[in-house]
Design a binder for this molecule. Structure first.
Ligand code: GTP
Ligand code: ZN
Length: 214
């Protein structure tokens, strides 16, 4: 799949001002990147940057968590914390990928939520629908990061798949920055399933997200 930069503009937010960049794939699917302190480069003439690797958050769309303050997951608080951290650092980017519901789409995610209402966990609910536990791809990240001349990152995540994908595709993950926010009674089991069945780097009691080198 190829990805094309379409347009950008300023986006003032409660955390500070970002530049918002829109990318589109051949099917017209849009992805979004918010940046601070990372000017656009011409990939044909760009030379390796001298600056330290910036903070980068790769965040998959979660309409229920990001927009509706759902307590079933940690997505909204994670997005807000990442935006705040990047503003405080003065340099970084959020890659907001339009792959709702770990890539199964909004309708199927709500079907999975209906199965969760009956007591099934987040992984089994996907499988019972005949869908993969995680259908996401990350091949848009390379072109999006290349647009701002980034080939080394400090990645804000607890998800080892994101680290593996970037590393396998020539982007140096110099540091993983753990992100544990928004834990509540309604999402503790969801987080436990991600930890126990999907390999997410969270500790036993969610007191801390595990550092990779521990
Ligand atoms: N299928 C399904 N998707 C869910 C459920 N809860 C949240 N999601 C989706 O899970 C995805 C979470 O993506 P990210 O915020 O990138 O986080 P992550 O992959 O869990 O890893 P981190 O980087 O550690 O946050 C979003 O696409 C949500 O819509 C669920 O119960 N079922
Ligand atoms: Zn969510």
């Amino acid at each position: 799949m190829s990805y094309q930069f379409i347009t950008s503009a300023k986006l003032p937010t409660r955390y500070g001002e970002f530049d918002i960049h829109i990318f589109e794939n051949e099917d017209g699917q849009e992805h979004v990147m918010l940046t601070v302190g990372l000017p656009v480069v011409d990939p044909d003439t760009a030379t390796p940057s001298e600056r330290p690797a910036p903070l980068i958050r790769i965040h998959s769309e979660c309409l229920t968590g990001d927009a509706f303050s759902s307590l079933k997951c940690d997505c909204g608080p994670q997005l807000n914390s990442a935006m705040q951290a990047i503003q405080e650092a003065g340099c970084g980017a959020i890659l907001y990928l339009r792959q709702e519901g770990r890539g199964i789409g909004l309708t199927n995610k709500i079907r999975a939520y209906a199965l969760q209402d009956q007591g099934h966990d987040t992984l089994d609910a996907n499988l019972m629908l005949g869908l993969p536990a995680d259908a996401r791809i990350y091949d848009m990240c390379g072109p999006m990061l290349a647009h701002i001349g980034v080939d080394a990152v400090r990645l804000i995540t607890n998800n080892p798949n994101k680290i593996a994908y970037l590393t396998e595709h020539g982007i140096n993950v110099v540091e993983r920055v753990p992100l544990l926010v928004g834990v509540n009674d309604m999402n503790a089991e969801y987080l436990a399933t991600k930890r126990d069945r999907m390999g997410h780097l969270l500790d036993k009691d969610f007191n801390t997200a595990i550092h990779l080198n521990k």
